[in-house]
Design a binder for this molecule. Structure first.
Ligand code: IPM
Ligand code: MG
Length: 357
């Protein structure tokens, strides 16, 4: 098969980690006789520097014309002072919106070789930790009306409105239930229905969707309780579905309990097969350009791309197995390093994973 991939390397460690993911994809292409064509496009800080905006129209057009998009990370202190719409992050939100990627899939799994990097007590993790957060990605406070103004008493005031319509809740809940059917048949919907109207609508609609999935065990949980349950008993979760901002926060928490932010991939999907695949971590400007970054989250994101956008299940399994093997062999980047393991660079990690394919 021939597939066209738009590549957004981005800022900070972005270029380094994306290069390793492409190295692994090229190995897959060779082994399985596929052709992956890459088109590099600009987004984030580098796009601000080179074109004056974080998301040039050309980037949107080229992404829309591709079969999928692979993204490293955007942002850095250099662009932190810009106003909201001129920050690198605005590029990320813009591309999610422009490609109508409403479903963000963030699996968090404790890998055996990394069990010692998990900050939770072993009696908590021995029951396992293997969950998926299905985060609504183009609604809520991120995309609602934003205002900064001087109020009638002269106070500088700002507001972001968290808005959801029934269809937005329905389509993301369906993604979660469909996913649960392929996993352990359990969905937990997370909201703040004791306070927020948008959450009460979320609850009403999610319950309606649940009626069409009688085989899936369904429950609601308030977001504050969920934050606590994730560290108290993470094994209780299979698929979590939640709105944009709660999903952002809970997915960082979920990643931490797996041992490293550097390990977790994500897929952002819309109605069709076009998806955007990125690690859930940021651009780590402090270690950029030093060949120290952990490329595994990006490599696993590439595996998700094969699985969800290209329907290449064997190939995706192959990448995931290669990552497991390399970790089992003791190779570690700095972020997941522990005693007795072998410290390797970003490129070395990529080489080793590609070699296992
Ligand atoms: C994420 C990130 C982004 C988000 C930022 C960089 C805008 O934290 O993908 O989780 O909040 O969605
Ligand atoms: Mg985040």
């Amino acid at each position: 098969m021939t597939k066209n991939i738009a590549v957004i390397k981005g800022d900070g460690i972005g270029p380094e980690i994306v290069d390793e993911a492409m190295k692994v994809l090229d190995k897959v292409a060779k082994k399985y006789n596929h052709t992956f064509n890459y088109t590099q496009v600009l987004m984030g800080g580098i796009a601000i520097d080179e074109t004056g905006v974080p998301l040039p129209q050309e980037t949107i057009d080229k992404c829309l014309a591709s079969d999928s998009v692979l993204l490293g990370a955007v942002g850095g202190p250099k662009w932190d002072k810009g106003e909201g719409s001129m920050r690198p992050e605005a590029g990320l939100l813009g591309i999610r919106g422009a490609l109508k990627l409403f479903a963000n899939i963030r699996p968090a799994k404790l890998l055996k070789p990394l069990a010692s990097a998990c900050p939770l007590r072993s009696d908590i993790t021995e029951k396992g930790l293997d969950l998926v957060i299905v985060r609504e990605l183009i609604g809520g406070a991120y995309f609602g009306e934003k205002k900064t103004y001087i109020d009638e008493n002269g106070h500088k005031t700002a507001s972001d409105s968290m808005k959801y319509s029934d269809f937005e809740i329905e389509r993301i809940c369906k993604v979660a239930f469909d996913m649960a059917k392929k996993r352990r048949n359990k969905v937990t919907s997370i909201d703040k229905a004791n306070v927020l109207d948008s959450s009460r609508l979320w609850r009403e609609i999610s319950h309606k969707v649940a009626e069409s999935y009688p085989e899936v065990e369904f429950s609601d949980m308030l977001v504050d309780n969920a934050a606590m349950q994730l560290v108290r008993n993470p094994a209780q979760f299979d698929v979590i579905v939640t709105e944009n901002l709660f999903g952002d926060i809970l997915s960082d928490e979920a990643s931490m309990i797996t041992g490293s932010l550097g390990m977790l991939p994500s897929a952002s999907l819309g109605e069709g097969t076009l998806g955007l695949y990125e690690p859930i971590h940021g651009s780590a400007p402090d270690i950029a350009g030093q060949n120290k970054a952990n490329p595994i989250a990006t490599i696993l994101s590439a595996a998700m791309m094969l699985r969800y956008s290209f329907d290449m299940q064997k190939e995706a399994d192959d990448i995931e197995a290669a990552v497991d093997k390399v970790l089992a062999s003791g190779a570690r980047t700095g972020d997941i390093m522990s005693e007795g393991m072998t410290l390797v660079s970003c490129t070395e990690m990529g080489d080793r994973i590609a070699a296992e394919i």
